[in-house]
Design a binder for this molecule. Structure first.
Ligand code: A2P
Length: 274
C-alpha cells in the first residue's frame, strides 16, 4: 500500500453542500423496468406548483458539483409526490448516477417548472392525441391522470411506441392504476384509449406511429376518422426525429402548432435524456 492511498483511506468523506436556491427532495421509491428504463417517486416540496405536462430540472451532486437534466414531471399536478420516468444512459453524466438512487437518497430540483405540453396551449377540441415514444410518455403520464384533461376533451388517445415489448410496461401500469384509482376511474371512464406499438419485436400492434398514421391503420384500429383540425388536437413527445416526422404529418392534416402564449391545434416537446 502506498502512502497516498493510505492517506485517502483515512480521510473523512467530503459531503458536498447542497446549492442554494434548489429543492433537495427525498427519494420514496424506485422501480426498474428494463436495463434502459426506470421510474422514481420523491417528496414534493411544500408550495411547489406546476401544470400537468410541464418539466423540471432534476439533478444530483456528482462529486462537488450538481448536474441537472430536464425531466418531464410524470405525476399529475394534484399528486402529493413527484414521479419521473427515466432512461439509463450507461455513460450519461446524470443518468449513470441517477439510475443508482435508492429510497432515502436526495435528489435536487430547480425551483421553476416550464414546458409547452400543457392543456392551456391547445385550442378547444373533442379528441386529444398524445403521441409518445420511449420516455416521451412521461408528460402524458401526468396529463392522463389529471381530471382537467377529461373536462376539456371527450376522447383521449395515448400512443406509445417503443423498440421492445418490455419497454411498454410503464404505460400498461399507468392504465391499471387509473382503472383501479378511487376517483380517477370514474372521471376517466372509457374516454382514455391506450395504443401501444413496438418496432423491433413481434407484437400485435407493430410499427412506428408515423407509418401507422400514414397508412391509416392507427385510425382503423381505433375506430376513429382520420385527423380533422376542426376536432382533433395533438401533443407530441419523443426523439428529435420522431417530433419532426410526427409534426409534419399533423401539419399535412391541417393542424397548426401552438404555444403557451398562442394556443393552436398541437404542441411538441423533446423527450429529455442525459
Ligand atoms: P425504430 O425501432 O424503427 O427506430 P428511440 O429509443 O430510438 O428513441 O426509439 C423509440 C421508438 O421511436 C422506436 O420504436 C423507434 O422506432 C421510434 N422512432 C424512432 N425514430 C422515429 C421517427 N422519426 N418517427 C417515428 N418513430 C420513430
Amino acid at each position: 500500500m502506498n502512502v497516498s492511498a493510505k492517506t485517502e483511506d483515512f480521510a473523512p468523506k467530503a459531503t458536498a453542500a447542497i446549492p442554494d436556491g434548489v429543492y433537495a427532495e427525498t427519494v420514496l421509491s424506485v422501480e426498474h423496468y428494463t436495463d434502459r428504463l426506470f421510474r422514481f417517486r420523491m417528496t414534493r416540496p411544500a408550495g411547489y406548483r406546476f401544470r400537468s405536462g410541464e418539466f423540471a430540472m432534476i439533478g444530483l451532486m456528482v462529486g462537488e458539483k450538481p448536474i441537472y437534466r430536464a425531466y418531464s414531471i410524470a405525476s399529475p399536478s394534484w399528486d402529493e409526490e413527484l414521479e419521473f420516468f427515466s432512461i439509463k444512459v450507461p455513460d450519461g453524466p446524470l443518468t449513470s448516477h441517477l439510475q443508482k438512487i435508492k429510497p432515502g437518497d436526495t435528489v435536487l430540483m430547480r425551483k421553476k417548472p416550464t414546458g409547452t405540453l400543457v392543456l392551456d396551449a391547445l385550442t378547444p377540441g373533442k379528441r386529444l392525441y398524445m403521441f409518445s415514444t420511449g420516455t416521451g410518455i412521461a408528460p402524458f403520464a401526468s396529463l392522463i391522470r389529471d381530471p382537467e384533461t377529461y373536462e376539456k376533451f371527450e376522447e383521449v388517445i395515448l400512443t406509445h411506441t417503443c423498440r421492445e415489448v418490455a419497454e411498454l410496461k410503464y404505460g400498461f401500469d399507468l392504465m391499471e392504476e387509473i382503472r383501479n384509482h378511487e376517483f380517477l376511474a370514474e372521471i376517466v371512464g372509457d374516454k382514455l384509449k391506450h395504443y401501444p406499438t413496438v418496432t423491433r419485436e413481434d407484437y400485435p400492434f407493430q410499427g412506428r406511429i408515423t407509418d401507422l398514421m400514414e397508412s391509416g391503420k392507427l385510425y382503423t384500429d381505433l375506430g376513429v376518422p382520420p385527423l380533422d383540425p376542426a376536432i382533433d388536437r395533438g401533443m407530441i413527445c419523443g426523439s428529435s426525429a420522431m417530433l419532426k416526422d410526427t409534426k409534419e404529418l399533423l401539419e399535412k392534416a391541417g393542424l397548426t402548432e401552438g404555444a403557451n402564449n398562442k394556443p393552436a391545434e398541437f404542441v411538441i416537446e423533446r423527450a429529455f435524456v442525459g
